[in-house]
Design a protein around this ligand. Sequence first.
Ligand code: FMN
Length: 372
Amino acid sequence: MTVPETAVTAAPVPAHFTMTEDEIRAKFPTRLRGYDLYRQIGSPKLVVAPMVDQSELAWRILSRRYNAQLCYTPMINAKLFTRANKGFFKDQWQTNAEDRPVIVQFCANDPELLLNAANLVVDGADAVDLNLGCPQNIAKRGHYGSYLMEDWDLISKLIRKLHENLEIPVTAKIRVFPDIAKTVEYAKMVEAAGAQMITVHGRLREQRGHKTGLADWAKIRAVKEAVSVPVFANGNILYFEDIQRCIEETGVDGVMSAETNLYNPALFSGKVLPTWQLATEYLEICRDVPTRPQFIRGHLFKLFRNSLPIHTDLRQKLVAAETLDDYEQVTKDIKARLIEEATACDPPFDPDHVESDEHGYRNSKRHKVEAV
Ligand SMILES: Cc1cc2nc3c(=O)[nH]c(=O)nc-3n(C[C@H](O)[C@H](O)[C@H](O)COP(=O)(O)O)c2cc1C
């Protein structure tokens, strides 16, 4: 039988693929792939994003109490993450028995260093993720994150190195290109290299800071339709209802949240809780789980973001706070102010009937929600 001229020819196998898929399966017979991995970790639909200085262990514990089904660690720089660099190692990789499933995220541009770093977390993690999305200048200088998006060969080598050598699966978190077809080809390349789950942040590298704007769910949908591994959608989740809308519009397996999770760690539970209550609970966790003051301060600023511009004296107090006692005191003070405000509110504030502004943001009286 002759092959029709239009037949699609298989893409050539890159030279850096030193093993076939069968050989890799034989080398790691129990390591799970794609949907088997996804099911093994509980088919997570609600995912806390990797966040430098903010998705630390204490925050992951809090988020899980409110329905987060999978959490990513903050990005760790693979080059610095060695047993010899003890301070950095201990500081960056904190986990405990409650902290599963968890995916440890690395940034890297050297396959060997990435493998060395990844090998140090295999006992406590469900997978290792490669950060291909960071758009910050520090990533440009260090040549990692989204600044690898032009170097597909290097990306493929990084992922493949783990796929051929690491005892646990490798996953990747990507951004999108302006062109939908290129985005799909990119995701397929990431999959072919060995990524067993892919998170698509539906924004371009240029969409950061004041240019952040909206994520493009159409591109996420296109990736989901093109690859065979589970896909998480990232971007545009502001409220609980957005989760289902995103799943329906993109067909993804789960939804990842970063900023909204920081403002409302109970997001995935659908509950609207007073921010001081969430802050109090977080600080209680920090009593048991040593957490750097800079992380705690960052969380309290985000949780109380609507109250601090009004209660500027407490903002100053929060800036000056250094110890857990100080943070607890600020939280108690904010709680007292907010309860006082809510009591004075006439008619009483109803969190289930919050008016939206013309953009759909439910933030006009948000500081009162914090007091309910
Ligand atoms: C404080 C903060 C830290 C972040 N750190 C990381 C990181 O370590 N690794 C990463 O891949 N993305 C990081 N991101 C990006 C988020 O994971 C996510 O892709 C982005 O914020 C879009 O999701 P969102 O619309 O839900 O905020 C960070 C975002 C924030 C707000």
